[in-house]
Design a protein around this ligand. Structure first.
Ligand code: HEC
Ligand code: HEC
Ligand code: HEC
Ligand code: HEC
Length: 483
């Protein structure tokens, strides 16, 4: 059976209906104007969508006042989601990064890698658009819009306003972002790297692009979720206040799931790099091993390692070259079940870093991690004080990435305790200690206007101050588990 609402023109017609919030469109719950036949078709045909990509409608489909464009004040998060995204979320500006001198420099670096062949401008470049402007070509000025995270809305835009809609397990393509593994898998293709898309656009930020001015990519699920202005309910706060069931919230599981999914994406990316035809000179992935983003930036660079900074690389020594700690730190905590295999894999790559690792082995490890993530972390008691202090003591305070991984762990332990009814007055001191540590690790920007440089790591990183703050925070967070 052919779908009634097939093709672009009917999709935009539908979008127009939905965007018509002011005058009784489909969104103000209860005010149905869409013909019932169309609704039934939309809902009934959704399973067929597994065979073809779901249709994108563009951000305007979500933007009426009756839907998600209410003012922030006085409205619940779901109602003002568009407003928050459009006014404060960097994703709504992601296409702008493709205009300007930094983008031109980056594209020039690609040209240099491709034997000087002329390149399209960044805003149309297949090496940029998949992450910065993934919407419909015509509306790609929406940057990273709702559908880039929530899934193409063609098959669910109407259905998700029905009273009996559930996001979990739906077959219409709406992504269940409240599930940590699903959420992390949605973010990592853009924030770690992902497979090329069907239209040939690539999703990889290599060291060449970073050296030409692109910020380095690194991802931590909980940290990055809190790094954008949230347009969703803070379920940890709700559970801590007793207004949502604590059983639904598991900060430690979210933390460990995030780490596993990052490693999974990284192994898949490394497998693609290692498999890329050796000797070829064209294309971003060609002949890329050793791709330096796989390794610890500080193994070669004196701090700061920054976008646009003249931070000098130092001669790498065998002893110091190691795999990127932002990916590998604390995996023994996040993935106890895979510890031995991961340690062996890591040691093998590091021992012969100049050889591309065996792609099949990397893919195998990624697949086993996916199984582990799907199984979920068993909800148990919080780690003991001794364990928390041990993790902090084992962290290299000079290595920003490693400290950030530990900070994220400590924040997850604190949230775990908050949700499990540790009184607010006991949480205040460890929370303040973690805020101090966070401040010591904060990025610094300098310059003004177009000359403003955002550092990918802090300048003036002070290992002894970091060691002190880390030790203090770990003792306080660890003690929450004790009566
Ligand atoms: C794998 C996805 C991906 C690809 C491919 C990609 N980018 Fe990015 N880009 C990002 C992310 C994610 C950020 C933000 C990084 C952060 O701050 O953590 C970013 C940031 C930037 C910034 C800095 C923006 C700012 O506000 O400071 C510029 C400029 C940029 N990208 C240009 C480009 C250009 C030009 C290309 C194509 C050659 C490109 N990017 C390809 C993901 C990507
Ligand atoms: C960068 C990814 C991203 C983009 C872009 C994005 N969202 Fe979300 N959204 C999320 C995540 C993640 C959650 C769920 C977080 C959670 O439950 O912990 C969410 C949750 C929501 C919720 C549920 C709110 C609640 O808790 O009740 C709504 C509604 C929503 N988004 C609407 C939108 C709309 C509308 C847009 C576009 C204007 C949009 N989102 C763009 C990531 C995104
Ligand atoms: C389609 C690609 C894409 C997806 C999916 C995506 N992002 Fe982004 N994200 C970007 C780009 C591109 C930027 C840079 C925007 C800019 O500064 O111009 C960015 C920026 C950010 C920033 C700001 C970083 C900084 O240095 O200020 C955070 C935080 C972030 N994303 C979190 C998330 C989270 C959490 C998710 C998943 C729920 C997510 N993103 C999904 C592409 C994406
Ligand atoms: C194996 C050593 C090595 C590793 C690991 C490495 N780099 Fe580099 N990096 C270099 C060398 C050599 C150069 C100079 C040549 C070039 O531009 O590629 C350089 C150049 C750069 C530049 C440009 C500096 C300038 O003067 O303009 C930046 C920025 C950069 N690297 C960032 C990073 C980041 C971020 C990481 C970690 C994700 C990293 N590097 C990992 C060796 C390394």
């Amino acid at each position: 059976m052919r779908r009634l609402v097939e093709g672009r023109s009917s999709a935009s017609r539908l979008a127009a209906v939905v965007a018509d919030g002011g005058r009784g469109g489909v969104c103000g719950r209860g005010s149905w104007r869409l013909p019932l036949a169309l609704l039934v078709t939309l809902v009934a045909t959704s399973p067929a969508a597994a065979e073809e990509p779901h249709r994108l409608l563009g951000v305007s489909s979500c933007a009426s006042a009756g839907c998600h464009a209410a003012a922030e004040a006085g409205h619940p998060p779901w109602h003002s989601a568009f407003t928050v995204w459009a006014t404060r979320d960097p994703h709504s500006q992601a296409h702008r990064a493709l205009e300007g001198p930094v983008a031109e420099r980056i594209v020039a670096a690609i040209a240099a890698r491709s034997g000087g062949r002329p390149q399209p401008a960044a805003r149309a470049h297949p090496a940029c658009v998949a992450c910065h402007a993934p919407g419909l070509a015509a509306s790609s000025r929406e940057g990273v819009g709702c559908e880039a995270c929530h899934g193409a809305a063609g098959e669910w835009v109407v259905a998700h306003t029905l009273p009996d809609w559930t996001t979990r397990g739906n077959s219409a393509g709406m992504v269940d972002l409240a599930d940590p593994a699903t959420c992390a898998r949605t973010c990592v293709p853009c924030h770690v790297g992902g497979a090329p898309r069907a239209d040939g656009s690539t999703m990889e930020v290599s060291h060449d692009l970073i050296a030409a001015g692109h910020p380095r990519l690194a991802f931590e699920l909980r940290g990055f979720k809190s790094g954008v202005p949230p347009h969703w309910r803070d379920r940890v706060a709700l559970a801590a206040a007793g207004t949502a069931p604590a059983a639904d919230v598991d900060p430690l599981a979210e933390w460990s799931t995030g780490r596993l999914v990052v490693l999974e994406a990284y192994l898949a990316q490394t497998a693609r790099q290692a498999a890329a035809a050796p000797g070829a000179t064209d294309g971003l992935l060609a002949d890329t091993w050793p791709e330096l983003t796989a390794f610890d930036c500080y193994g070669c660079h004196r701090q700061p390692v920054a976008t646009g900074d003249r931070g000098q690389p130092v001669a790498p020594s065998r002893g110091r070259l190691r795999l990127e700690p932002a990916v590998w730190s604390l995996l023994d905590r996040a993935a106890p079940g895979a510890g031995a295999e991961l340690t062996a894999l890591r040691a093998d790559i590091e021992a012969a870093w100049w050889l591309p690792p065996e792609p099949a082995r990397l893919r195998g490890a990624a697949e086993r991690l996916a199984t582990l993530t799907a199984a979920g972390r068993p909800s148990g008691p919080a780690p003991s004080r001794a364990l928390v202090e041990h993790v902090a003591a084992a962290t290299d305070p000079a290595n920003w990435d490693e400290v950030v991984a530990t900070l994220a762990f400590l924040e997850a332990v604190l949230d775990h305790q908050r949700v499990r009814a540790v009184p607010a007055e006991r949480v205040a001191a460890p929370a303040a200690a973690l805020a101090d540590l966070r401040r010591l690790l904060a990025f610094e920007a300098h310059g003004v206007g177009a000359a403003r440089v955002r550092f990918s790591n802090p300048r003036g990183h002070d290992p002894s101050a970091v060691r002190g703050a880390l030790t203090a925070a770990a003792a306080l967070v660890g003690s929450l588990g004790e009566p």
